[in-house]
Design a protein around this ligand. Structure first.
Ligand SMILES: [Zn+2]
Length: 498
């Protein structure tokens, strides 16, 4: 038999509807061809998992292009169209047997609420009904009816904080290969729930741990081929925002339908449990002491959820109540970076920083010494999450203000890994307080350094969603009081299927 070939690639980013920032091409790490394979092989990434599935059976993976960026504002139209064009050109060449896409699923462009659905529909239109198309999505994807209709199998992360990127890619890759061999005929059952999870939605604690255990048992027993529970990114003002529970039977749908019905009912019943209040900033900061490291997740300004990373809420608190403890605070401020780079390392200067897009607290004026400044830096995630993944930091500068190290960057970062700070010459372990722009995911890669606490702060990624300007996503729980009964549906087979 000829060697199987899998087409993989696309664009992966999570967007936020309520930030004026747009994510441009310069925010993406772009790889293609042999370079993409070399960089992803063996890493805990969705493309790494697709490659691992292919390697197991000696199949080849073709990557026309892969654009990856951190969360942020909607992606500029031209960037998405560039990727769409490259992927469609590759699909038209037809020199492959199946498609497996490493995407996020929660992206926006200024004019599209479902660009991943546009990409998948375009590929389906080119390859027709017979070529398997699978995809690996983040657990926070916005899964639309269009995606479910055009994809043969969609695999979502099963962990939050996310640790199974590679395993998710492997599920998508293996499913595409199994379809080619005739071992898998996916039949989808799915349910949509008009609700958001807001804080108690880790998969290693109740209520989600029990639902995932139930789904995993159904997969392990062979009753269903695959199952995912998608907890949407909360800041997408899109039609149909909510939870999607789904499972694939192999050739028959009843076991998948029954599982989805059970899981959807359990998740809807547990909706109040998925909402929590985070500890306050003041009380948490008061626990900081020398000799240990307290890592603070800024809940209100999570770049990991698409916020801009320029909030000064914690900066104000550190300056007023930091007790002289060594601290690192990262801040997005391109003008401050430019000023520091122009002044040069060793210069002392007075700057007004932050608070441009996040306006809950004003900019902070401070005087400090520039101790690092550069055009950019590259580093490798220590992991465990995304271990081995290469990342880039654009223009940056470090300003020392007494015991405080202000890590200024031209672009926003979520600081999911200590490697970000080390790339700028700062050792997190040497500081009593380290601030990151993430709510969950940093806890995996910072766990070895100290205590990780996400603090309740105001901002664009605060879970006070009732205060956000949703226009099309509502009604949903908990903002709206809705009468709703979960119902699992079986996806009709595509009429053009044999
Ligand atoms: Zn996610």
């Amino acid at each position: 038999m000829a060697r199987r070939r899998i087409l993989a690639g696309g664009i992966s980013q999570e967007s936020h509807s309520f930030t004026p920032v747009r994510t441009g091409r310069e925010s993406f790490t772009i790889t293609a061809g042999a370079d993409a394979l070399a960089k992803a092989r063996g890493t805990n990434s969705t493309l790494g998992g697709i490659i691992a599935a292919a390697d197991t059976v000696g199949a080849e993976v073709i990557v026309p292009t892969l654009f990856r960026a951190q969360s942020g504002g909607p992606v500029e139209e031209g960037v998405f169209e560039e990727v769409l064009g490259l992927m469609c050109d590759a699909a038209r060449r037809g020199d492959f047997d199946a498609i497996a896409l490493p995407l996020h699923g929660g992206m926006l462009t200024p004019s599209r609420h479902d660009p991943e659905g546009v990409l998948i529909a375009a590929l389906r239109g080119i390859v027709g009904p017979e070529v398997p198309i699978t995809a690996a999505f983040d657990l926070h994807a916005h899964v639309t009816p269009g995606i479910l209709g055009d994809c043969d199998l969609l695999a979502g992360y099963l962990t939050n904080p996310h640790a199974d990127q590679g395993a998710t890619g492997e599920r998508a890759g293996r499913a595409a290969l199994a379809m080619l061999e005739g071992h898998l005929k996916p039949v989808l059952a799915h349910a949509h729930l008009p609700m958001l999870t807001l804080g108690r939605d880790r998969t290693d604690e109740p209520p989600l741990i029990g639902l995932h255990a139930r789904a995993a048992a159904a997969v392990a027993s062979g009753a269903v081929a695959d199952a995912s529970i998608f907890n949407a990114q909360q800041f997408l003002d899109v039609p149909g925002l909510g939870q999607v529970v789904m499972a694939y039977g192999n050739g028959e749908a009843e076991a998948a339908r029954a599982l989805v019905q059970e899981l959807a009912e359990a998740l809807w019943a547990a909706r109040a449990e998925t909402i929590i209040q985070y500890p306050g900033l003041e009380e948490t900061l008061a626990r900081a002491t020398p000799g240990r490291t307290l890592i603070l997740g800024d809940q209100g300004d999570r770049v990991a959820a698409g916020a801009p990373g320029d909030s000064t809420v914690i900066l104000h608190a550190l300056l007023e109540r930091g007790n002289g403890l060594p601290a690192i605070l990262p801040l997005t401020d391109p003008d401050a970076v430019a000023a520091c780079r122009a002044a040069g390392i060793g210069a002392t200067l007075t700057l007004s920083v932050g608070g441009r897009i996040s306006t809950m607290m004003p900019p902070v004026t401070l005087t400090g010494e520039v101790i690092a400044a550069a055009e950019g830096a590259a580093f490798t995630y220590a992991g465990p999450a995304e271990a081995g993944q290469r990342a880039l930091i654009g223009p940056y500068a470090v300003l020392r203000v007494g015991p405080l190290h202000l890590a200024l960057t031209a672009f926003p970062y979520s600081y999911l890994d200590p490697g970000y700070f080390r790339a700028m010459g700062l050792e997190p372990a040497d500081h009593a307080v380290v601030v990151v722009r993430s709510g969950y995911h940093f806890t995996l890669n910072f766990a070895a350094l100290g205590e990780c606490v996400t603090v309740d702060t105001p901002g664009l990624s605060s879970y006070r969603v009732a205060e956000m300007p949703f226009t099309v996503a509502r009604p949903f729980y908990p903002v709206d009081d809705i009468a709703f009964t979960p119902e699992a549906k079986i996806q009709p087979r595509r009429t053009f299927q044999g």
